[in-house]
Design a protein around this ligand. Sequence first.
Ligand code: DC
Length: 210
Amino acid sequence: MIIAIDGPAGTGKSTIAKILAQRLNIVFLNSGSFYRGITLSLLEANIDLSDEDGILQFTDSLKLEYINEHLIVNGVDVNHLLHSDIVDAHAAQISSIVPLRHIVNKKLREITKSLSVVCEGRDITTVVFPNAEFKFYLDASLEAQAERRFKQGCSNLSLEEIKETIRKRDEIDKNKKEGSLVIAKDAVYIDTSDLTIEEVCEIIVNKIHI
Ligand code: DC
């Protein structure tokens, strides 16, 4: 079974997907962690981020595994390094590279061959798992998005700076050549701006009939 959740940054997708997966006793699959992990590895290896061929060659050589809901790159658990400002600043650009998206999508589909998952991202309901049993689109106002990121405490930026970073990132995510963030016709749309995490979870659980 696949429960697919899409939406922009700071809508609570990861937290909610994690809680749902726990409640349903299935795996939480965070697709953004793959784009973030690749971005981190590119930065660490000092790859020129304007050289698409170089990026693809490097990405192809990476060993990407998803174990116990953590991303493992070349045998190293990088989960705790994925939400730094520098990764935040470059992940959207890196995730715009179409063949790189194909590498990630293949990986995500491989993982779900043997597992039931709650998978969240930007193109999960539309491109990666268009036949998912349940689909949700979580949205929020820019103010709510920025405040949530700010409260996570993993950024050194001010609230206004975070707002601007999120605005730019969502704009890139909504205008990608492939895998852009759109609302799937058959997804349940939830505006989470004035809802708590628990309230959103309740709405979703009530829509899921297993
Ligand atoms: O969900 P996140 O903020 O961790 O995602 C990091 C970046 O990866 C973000 O810019 C959007 C991109 N992404 C994507 O293009 N497609 C996905 N399925 C998931 C994330």
